[in-house]
Design a binder for this molecule. Sequence first.
Ligand code: ATR
Length: 264
Amino acid sequence: MKKYFVIGNPIDHSLSPKLHNYWFKENNINATYDKKKIDETDLKSIILKVKEKKINGINVTVPFKKKVIAYLDKLSPEAKQTQSVNTITLSNNNLVGYNTDIFGFMRAIKNLNFKIEGKKIFILGAGGVVPSIIFALKQMSVSKITISNRTRQKADDLKNLFENLNVKDWGDIPEFDVIINATSLGLKNEKINLDLSKVKNNKLFYDVIYNPTETNFLKKGKELGNMTENGKNMFIFQASAAFKLWHGEEPKYNSEILKFLNND
Ligand code: ATR
C-alpha cells in the first residue's frame, strides 16, 4: 500500500489527510495519507524515506516549505523562484520539489466571477505563502502588486525574488481592486489593525484563511459591498495538483468536497 504524509509544525489543523483519503476512496487508490508533526531535525530522515521508497510522497506545510529545499535533488521552476516547496515526489530516483500553492491560488481566482487581469493588488503580510501568491498574480497579468507587512523588511526582501513589487508601510492603504489577507490575523478571530473604512465597493476581498470560514476581514469587506472569498478553494486546488503529480490525474472537483470539508 502506498503511503503519503503531510509534514509541518503545528499540523493538527491540517485537512490534507481528510481530503486525500476521500479522493483515494473515490478513485480506488490503495493508499494511506497521514499527518506528521516534525521538528526541523527530523526533516532529513523523513525526506530520505521518499528516496528509499518507504514513503511515496510528502506535502510540506508551515514552517518547512523553504527548509526542505536543502534536502531535495531538483526543483520545479515555480518552486525555485518562490523558494517554496509544498509537494515532494520521486522521479528517476531524484527527489523533486514542487509548489502547487501557485496553481491552487490561480484556480481559486479563476473559479470566481472576477476578472483579475489588469487589476491593482494589495497584499497584507509577507510570510510563507506570499511568494506563491505573487507568482500566481504575475501569471494572471495583474497591473500592480503592493505589499505591506508589519515587519517592513520582510516585504522589502521579497523584491529579491520578484521585480516590480511596491512596498508600503504597515498602516498605509494604497488604491487597489483586490486586497489579500496573507497574515495570520483572523485565525483566532483577531481583527486586522488597519482602517479600511474608506474602501469603496466592487472590490475583491480575499483571505488565505479558511477556518474560520468568514474572518473579520471578510466580514468587513462584505459590509462595504465587496465580493469575498476565503482560502478553502485554494487549499482544495493545491491538494488536487499534488494528487495529480502523485497519481497522474486530477481528482474531480465538486461542491460536495466543500461541504465534506466544512463538516468538521
Ligand atoms: P512566517 O512569517 O513565519 O512565514 P506566516 O504565518 O506565514 O509565518 O506569516 C505570518 C504573517 O502574519 C506575517 O506577515 C506576520 O507579520 P510579521 O512578518 O511582521 O511577523 C503577520 N502577522 C502576524 N501577527 C500580526 C499582527 N499582530 N499584526 C500584523 N501582522 C501580523
